[in-house]
Design a protein around this ligand. Sequence first.
Ligand SMILES: [Zn+2]
Length: 447
Amino acid sequence: MAANNNPVPLIPNVLTVKVVPPSSSRTLQEGDKVISGLSTLTIIAKPNFGPRDIPEERYKQEKTNIDVTVKNAIIMTPHKFTEWLFEKGLIRNNQYCQVHVDKQGCQILYKLGIYPNITKFPHSGGFVWVSECCSSKWISVYYHSIFEGETYPPITILKLIYHWLFQSQIVQVLNWVRVDAEYLEYFYGLMRAVCISASHEKFSRMGGKNERIEVAVISLGNKDAARIDVLGVVEVDSHIVKLKAFESIDKGQPNSNKKHGIQMLRNLLDWVHLDSTICIDSSISKQALIGLGFVNVKEGPSYQEQNLSLSGVYHNHNTVHYLRTNVVPMLQNKTQGMSTSLIQQFLDELVWREMYGRTPQELFTNFIRHLAEMTHLNLNENLKKKLERILQDPTKNVKFNSLNFVGNMKPKESIIFKESTRSTPLYKEMVSVENPPPAQSPQVISL
Ligand SMILES: [Zn+2]
């Protein structure tokens, strides 16, 4: 297409979304109890590519297998269940003292023990870390894991992870698992934080020579005052998606509009190889993309003009379609009162699910693996605090090695959890705790 001397500013495809008062659109009914009208629990990040591409039979079979795995786990004895958590990596298989060092200046490893009187550590079946350097000799096996400091037992937490992964009906989860809505909202936030950090960590740049990348923008909100613009970038062949939310600007001001467009498109520099074939429509500034260094930008017909014989023609219809059928329904009528950060959390969850949750087996295995990897980072604060921080600004660099660590123990030097690296499980090598002290003073960290 010929270069345009009069660059078209980036004007997103504005969708008119009817604004419904929160009380009627975002309220869940649980028996007589009304769950908070502004609850984020009503926002469901439904992935598209997995369910679309995987045969239904395979989906059902894999889901049944996961159901069996989780059902078997939650009826285990506390001792067996703790072994299962070690195997999955959901509790740490090593634990360093964060205060003391040995003669060589290395951090001291705690030893895994079993406390003979299991009523002392009922949820772990007696498993406990034993410190030979600290005044608190006994340290919970849940230390620095998602289970640390929980009011709810680990089995309840596993149930919540399962229900979050498979997006069970919220009202049913509240009835089945017996947690309150406020806690559930908090916990589901932590799950999103895992998705955000893991997506950053695992992401590798999209596109490359002759790879087709579609770029589109859509606005959410009322036609007169669109609030949120969502940038969608899709690597068409592999179905890799990136999404980012921006506060909308006043469309009446051409200069700020142009700036806004460039600010959005600048994200492509972090996501996409410069030699990719970038497919856009006229709502996106070709000049801006060329100015950013993309050498191969193709402007195609806009989505409204789509017809089925367009295959092979450069267009961004897959992405516009994706934004309209997946992103808009997820956030429609729900963005009122929500910060851009909060909206971004759900976009990142959706991106994670598209990438890692294409089948039930992948969804479960990948999430457990990513949570296990995060559990085994030597963070400078406990895992849940770190996850809370990730939620505050999901657009920050929250790759694993950009999180803060204890001393110089960056993940590369630390023992990152690997499922297959141990021939003998750690809990089979644990020390036996003989003659435990009387029960008067074992100081335990947050069981
Ligand atoms: Zn110590």
